[in-house]
Design a protein around this ligand. Structure first.
Ligand code: PAF
Length: 192
């Protein structure tokens, strides 16, 4: 598993990927769990190489306290990624991802004004902007998203279609605890 902390280093590696290989990408914000592992396994089954991106995206947090409290578990994440047989990991710094200072962004407008979007102003603009950047950086044949984040999945699919992105968006079933609760990086912050 090769870990890239620098976007340009990853782009050079991406250009070296020989013809005949297919790349799958799994975008994440880290704090990985079995739901992420299922996305990785699906990618590994359908592609010859898998890239996982780990980036806690500041642009999708409407509340600075929520951003500060978001779990960051890189050592455990790295172990899970290695055990899952991931080929590449991109864990870029925010200054590189947002070298434009978030001047240029995707705005979902009314499409993001319902459900979660109604309660988190700007959240889906941040999600779509970073997903567009990550998909362009990955240059992957397929990208894997959980159905758990259903509104996100629909908006990402809509964006990929609207901008003629060459990456196929692959929806993956929700993975649940035995209680039925959907696995989520944020579950550790719930009380029983
Ligand atoms: O679902 C997530 O973890 C994030 O919203 C995503 C898609 C990685 C974008 O930051």
């Amino acid at each position: 598993m090769t870990v890239f902390e620098d976007i340009e280093a990853w782009r050079r590696e991406r250009q070296r990927l020989p013809d005949g290989h297919t790349l799958g990408v799994v975008p994440t914000m880290g704090a990985l769990h079995e739901g992420h592992r299922a996305l990785i396994e699906r990618s590994s089954a359908e592609n010859t190489r898998t890239l996982v991106t780990v980036f806690v995206n500041p642009a999708q947090f409407d509340d600075p306290e929520d951003l500060a409290a978001y779990p960051r578990t890189w050592d455990a994440d790295r172990a899970l990624l290695e055990a899952a047989g991931v080929d590449y990991v991109l864990i870029p710094p925010a200054e590189q991802v947002y070298r434009d200072g978030y001047r240029y962004r995707v705005i979902a407008r009314q499409a993001a004004a319902t459900l979660e979007g109604a309660h988190r102003p700007g959240h889906f603009d941040g999600v779509l902007t970073v997903v567009l950047k990550l998909l362009l950086l990955a240059g992957a044949r397929r990208a894997y998203f959980g159905e758990k984040d259903w509104e996100q999945l629909e908006l990402v699919r809509g964006m990929a279609d609207a901008f003629f992105l060459p990456t196929t968006i692959v929806p993956c079933p929700t993975v649940r605890e035995s209680s039925g609760l959907a696995l989520s990086s944020r579950n550790g912050r719930l009380t029983p």
